[in-house]
Each structure stands twice: as C-alpha cells, then as structure tokens.
Design a protein around this ligand. Structure first.
Ligand code: BTN
Length: 238
C-alpha cells in the first residue's frame, strides 16, 4: 500500500483522483494523499473538513466482491493499529469511525465501482485529524479531536501515513480469514455493550449493542428482548 503514491498539495477530494487512477488501471495499493482537500466528502452525503495538518488519503483496492463487506473492518483496524503504534489509545465506533476519548479522530469512506457484476475496484478514503486544533472549527469542535490535541504535540503527517499504509497492507493480507478480521474489529469496538440508537430500515430503534455478527452487522437488543441487525448507516452512542 502506498508504494505507488500520488501527492497533491491541494485537491478537491482524493477519492476523485484515486478513481481516475483506478479507471486508468492503476495497480492495487496505489494511494493518493493530499495536503488539503477543498471538497472532502464523508459518508451519507456529508462533507469532510480537510485543512492543512490533516491526513487525507485514498487507496485503490481490488478485493474479490465476496470480500468487499470486510473493508470497513480492515480499514478501521488498520487505523486503530496505526494510532496504537503512535501511543494513542483509540476505539472503533461501528462501522468505521475511529474515536479517541469518545471524539472522532478519523473517518473512512469506501466507494465501490461495480463493473459487469464484478467489483472493478474499491476506493478506501481515510481522513485522520493529525495536526490541527479541532476546537477552532465550530462545526466539529464538540464532536471531533485530533492527534495533536490528544498528545499535546504534533506528529509528522508522513509518519502517520507510512504507518497507516503498513498496517493496511498487513490487515488486508488477511482478508481471506474473515473471522480473524471481524474479531480484531469487534475486540476494539467501543460501540459494543453501549446503549445506541440506530436507523433500522427507516425507523429509529433504541437498544444495547451486543456485538457484531459474521457479516459485520451490528447486533442490537431492544427493550422487548428482540434482536435487530443493523446492516448499514450510522449509530449514535448514548
Ligand atoms: C466519514 O466519516 O464520513 C468519512 C470521512 C472520509 C474522509 C476521507 S479524507 C480522504 C478521502 N477523501 C475524501 O473526500 N473523503 C475521504
């Protein structure tokens, strides 16, 4: 991962550049990294704040379609391990946010391109708040944090990127062992055991997150004792 690397000081979104490279046939593991994004995007149509001092990277992967469901787990475990290597204790919020001290320090956006019923490629976009003061951005001040805020000192963004590509390569190499990936993911998931609310096919449900199943769905127990499995979307930890 990242052995082929395109660096852009400023761009719209690394997702778009990675997509262009993937369409041109760039090899698996090719990464795009930007100093700043002007229209960084997040999950569910949200935008992603990407000022200077953040790590914004997109990596081209070409897993078999039958393994693509593991990418949120693979990528969030890689970020978790990267932060652990840097001395930061993080936690994964289902499906693939990475929190430090309960605040979001990393978001992951996975965009898949289907070609004739096969997975042409996946673009795994990872944004890590590294060296900027999240408190000076009102739109995220209450919900986000950064490595520099947590550590009290800056960390070279290149070092974080190098660690991330190394960890991603390592975790992705185990994608044919889904139980291993799901277990590394769930062991470090702060959502489990917590009261959550979630969207279940358009309805809000409230319950306790009991775990993740082998498909990666979040298993939530409701007050009446029934179980619901959340397939996609967002959950709020209460
Ligand atoms: C989210 O939490 O909603 C996902 C955020 C993903 C942000 C990253 S930054 C690199 C890549 N380029 C983008 O425009 N988005 C992803």
């Amino acid at each position: 991962m990242g052995r082929e690397l395109r660096y852009l000081a400023v761009t719209t979104s690394t997702q778009d550049i990675a997509r262009e490279l993937a369409e041109e046939g760039a090899p698996e593991g090719t990464a795009v990294i930007a100093g700043e994004q002007q229209s960084g995007r997040g999950r569910m149509g949200r935008s992603w704040l990407s000022p200077s001092g953040g790590l914004a990277t997109s990596i081209i992967l070409r897993p078999p379609l039958a393994r693509a469901y593991l990418l949120p787990a693979v990528s969030s475990v890689a970020v978790f391990s990267t932060l652990a290597n840097l001395g930061v204790k993080a936690g994964i919020k289902w499906p693939n946010d990475v929190l430090i001290a309960g605040k979001k320090a990393c978001g992951i956006l996975i965009e898949n391109a289907l070609k004739a019923g096969e997975l042409g490629y996946s673009i795994v976009g990872i944004g890590i708040n590294v060296n900027f003061d999240t408190g000076s951005y009102p739109e995220i001040a209450d919900i986000a944090t950064s490595l520099s805020v947590q550590l009290g000192h800056e960390v070279p963004v290149g070092e974080v990127a190098l660690q991330l590509y190394t960890e991603l390569e390592d975790t992705y190499s185990k994608i044919d062992d889904p139980d291993l990936i799901i277990s590394a993911w769930s062991q470090n998931m702060v959502t489990i055991g917590r009261r959550v609310s979630a969207d279940f096919y358009g309805n809000r449900i409230d319950g306790t997150a009991e775990g993740v199943n082998r498909q990666g769905n979040l298993v939530v127990r409701l007050a009446d004792g029934s179980i619901k499995e959340i397939v996609a979307g967002d959950v709020t930890i209460k």
